[in-house]
Design a protein around this ligand. Structure first.
Ligand SMILES: *Cc1c(COP(=O)(O)O)cnc(C)c1O
Length: 370
């Protein structure tokens, strides 16, 4: 509704007030005192900004890569002439902080990583990796596009220099906005970096953002939607946006745990067994079955959208998201539907086994919270 009613021109006092409010709310949502920058672009735009603004051609950077989005960091950094060292984990596993400790050198100007690798459902240990960078001159850039709103971060305490989010993930609005917070250290780095930038110029956006403006024409409709979404979170938190954000995270953790318990009770293997994210759950397809069959049955039988694997993982896994206020009822419905889909696909399971263990997981969490 907020988006349908957003007819204001972007160079007006009304819009400047809205834009300033959204930037201030995003700071609270991210949990930082750093400046927040908003771009009208998909999430990758803010990823590009954090490469072209923070590096010079020839800079050595370290990429932590455990899936398709980690590979995006590699490609981006190469595009801007960086020498890229990569620490890779096989799909479904996380890169361990020990591996980072071994490979990290003072020559690395920036470390690029994902908080949650959405292609595999893996969660990275951002806190431990951030600790390794404390007291060094290496900047830490975290793609938390599915991490924000599903995962707890102490952005300033841990020393995350840039953390990135996107509108289409946990803030529950359509695609088209990317946002990030930028530390003082990162702003200082930009005084000496020489890679080309124009639309994604962070310093220009910071200057204009301080006046309630975006450098170019922003998606006014999405900014209005984002404002309403953040207000909704604030309402959920009884007038406190931080509390609302924490509820959103707890909700994702709950849905993810219920889904993991259900999958395992149904004899399915979790694709990211050791370090699962709360943003989504990736489940390996039953032996010998193309996961596309499961995705298709969900759509045809229940009108439900789940995701197949990306790239080389296509056919091997399916992914159920826990982004935004998908809650108990949604999660239980998806698990119930999953049971029917598996049976229809010829997998032998006991009807209700997944639901039962999801309900048990829910009960345990409710009791722990009480
Ligand atoms: C969705 C997502 C992105 C951004 O992709 P866009 O299509 O550019 O919005 C980047 N990283 C991760 C981990 C994501 O989940």
């Amino acid at each position: 509704m907020a988006m349908a009613g957003a007819t204001m021109h972007h160079r007006t006092a009304d819009f400047r007030a809205l834009y300033s409010k959204v930037l201030a709310d995003l700071r609270v949502f991210i949990g930082t005192r750093n400046d927040v920058i908003l771009f009208t672009s998909s999430g990758t735009g803010a990823m590009e900004a954090s490469v072209c603004n923070l590096t010079s051609p020839g800079d050595r950077v370290l990429v932590i890569s455990a899936g398709k989005f980690g590979e995006r960091w590699e490609a981006l950094a190469r595009t801007f002439g960086c020498q890229v060292d990569t620490i890779r984990a096989p799909y479904g596993q996380a890169v361990s902080p020990m591996q980072v400790k071994e490979k990290l050198t003072p020559a690395h100007s920036v470390v690029y990583m994902q908080a949650t690798e959405s292609s595999t459902g893996v969660r990275h240990d951002v806190a431990s990796i951030a600790r390794l960078l404390k007291g060094t001159d290496t900047l830490l850039v975290v793609d938390a596009i599915t991490g924000l709103g599903t995962t707890n971060f102490n952005v300033d305490g841990w020393g995350i220099d840039v953390i990135i989010g996107g509108s289409q993930k946990a803030v529950m609005i359509p695609p088209g906005l990317a946002y990030c917070s930028v530390s003082e250290r990162a702003w200082r780095r930009m005084e000496i970096t020489r890679n080309p930038r124009y639309y994604f110029d962070l310093r220009k956006e910071r200057k204009n953002g301080a006046k309630g403006e975006s450098s170019y024409t922003p998606s006014t409709v999405l900014v209005a939607g984002l404002s309403a979404a953040l207000d909704y979170l604030r309402e959920q938190g009884g007038g406190d946006l931080t509390a609302g954000r924490d509820l959103l995270i707890a909700n994702a953790e709950k849905a993810a745990l219920m889904t993991r318990c259900a999958a395992q009770s149904l004899g399915l293997r979790l694709f990211a067994e050791d370090s699962p994210a709360s943003a989504l759950t990736a489940i390996a397809s039953p032996k010998g079955m193309d996961s596309g069959k499961i995705v298709k049955l969900f759509r045809e039988r229940f009108g439900a959208v789940i995701a197949n694997g990306q790239g080389e993982m296509k056919g091997q896994l399916f992914r159920i998201a826990h982004l935004g206020f998908y809650d108990y009822l949604d999660t239980i419905s998806m698990i119930g539907a999953l049971e029917h889909v598996l049976i229809e696909a010829g997998v032998e399971i006991e009807l209700g086994a997944g639901l039962c263990s999801a309900q048990q997981a829910f009960t345990v969490l409710e009791q722990a919270a009480a």
